[in-house]
Design a protein around this ligand. Structure first.
Ligand code: NAP
Length: 311
């Protein structure tokens, strides 16, 4: 497996598409980017779908002039953004994204979801077949059967599946329960966990008296369950004290303990600094187990509109 940092940073919120609330401009985000780079968090996850190029363009403006080997870019093919009627839809999308980001290659490239996935994986495989600049290829929001199928398609073109990116948190462990984590560990496939913090709901910051920003998509999902989550957030705070860290570092350390590579969405410098420290926290097995038991007892299974059960 290619050596990657322990944590990736996510730039979905940078797309300003109404999911998170607030508006994040380049001036606000630049110091966040620079702090991350200084601290060795150099792997950035984005997608054209995050604000229809807005996240990619903002990230690109920060990358300008940096040595290409000093950062890693993880970008995605979102089927819903492609012109499915075009015979060159895959090539058009990849090359448009490269132009947007002023790059000549991506380090990781994903099929973002399963809409038309076998067809798009085949197109991706044809595009990168035999190319020395082929990125690590991954699939996202795929279940185990779909993951295996993607690998078969890629192998027929001399490539292989190198990464899986799914929702994975204390309150959504379906990728673990369905065997995807084990499959990845056994087959040398990186497992990237997104929404480890449930968009902030597992950061210890929100409770019924302090809900998520009104009007944001995340508020619609999480505000109604903040009362249920209070007990889990209380435990995150207790463990944070025990380990001498911030509550938001505990779910990140938990994901790392499970063999995942968490992608943390960052919109403040403190988020980056917490992520850096979280990479150095080793949770005791009893705390990993205790957290999972408590989270399971809440009987929550947060599945977002673009997701499905990973059975
Ligand atoms: N492949 C896919 O379909 C898919 C889907 C979702 C996400 N992703 C990727 O995964 C990344 C992460 O997911 P996400 O951004 O949706 O959710 P997330 O990482 O669970 O949550 C990010 C939010 O949590 C809060 N936060 C982060 N660090 C914190 C800290 N140290 N202390 C307190 N609060 C903190 C921030 O919000 P506030 O400070 O405003 O509360 C931040 O915007 C995305 O950016 C994207 O790259 C991929």
């Amino acid at each position: 497996m290619k050596k990657l940092p322990k944590i990736a940073l996510g730039a979905w919120a940078w797309g300003n598409d109404g999911t998170f609330g607030g508006n994040f401009d380049a001036e606000t985000l630049r110091p966040i980017f620079e702090t991350a780079m200084k601290n060795g968090l150099t792997l950035w996850d984005t997608a054209y779908a995050y604000g229809m190029g807005t996240s990619e363009k903002t990230l690109a403006s920060f990358l300008k002039g940096l040595p290409r080997e000093s950062f890693l870019i993880s970008d995605k093919f979102t089927p819903q953004c492609a012109d499915a009627a075009s015979p060159t839809a895959m090539k058009d999308m990849i090359e448009m994204q490269l132009r947007l980001m002023d790059l000549d290659r991506f380090d990781i490239y994903w099929i973002h979801n399963v809409v038309g996935a076998p067809h798009w994986t085949e197109e991706l495989a044809k595009y990168f077949e035999g190319r020395s600049d082929a990125p690590l290829i991954g699939v996202s929001n795929h279940n185990l059967e779909e993951i295996r199928q993607a690998d078969v398609i890629l192998r027929a073109h001399g490539l292989k599946l190198s990464a899986v990116q799914n929702h994975y948190s204390l309150i959504n462990r379906s990728s673990e329960e369905s065997g995807i984590l084990d499959y990845c560990a056994q087959n040398g496939v990186h497992f990237f966990a997104y929404m480890v913090l449930e968009q902030g709901a597992l950061s210890g910051k929100y409770d019924p008296a302090h809900p998520m920003p009104e009007g944001s998509a995340r508020a619609q999902t999480y505000n109604p369950i903040l009362d249920k989550l209070a007990v889990l957030n209380a435990e995150l705070k207790r463990l944070a004290q025990k380990y001498g860290v911030a509550p938001a570092q505990i779910p990140v350390a938990w994901a790392i303990a499970k063999g995942a590579l968490p992608i943390i969405g960052v919109t403040k410098e403190s988020h980056v600094l917490d992520a850096v420290k979280a990479a150095g926290v080793t949770l005791a097995a009893e705390d990993v187990c205790g957290l999972e038991k408590l989270a399971d007892s809440l009987r929550l299974n947060v599945i977002r509109f673009w997701e499905k059960e990973m059975k």
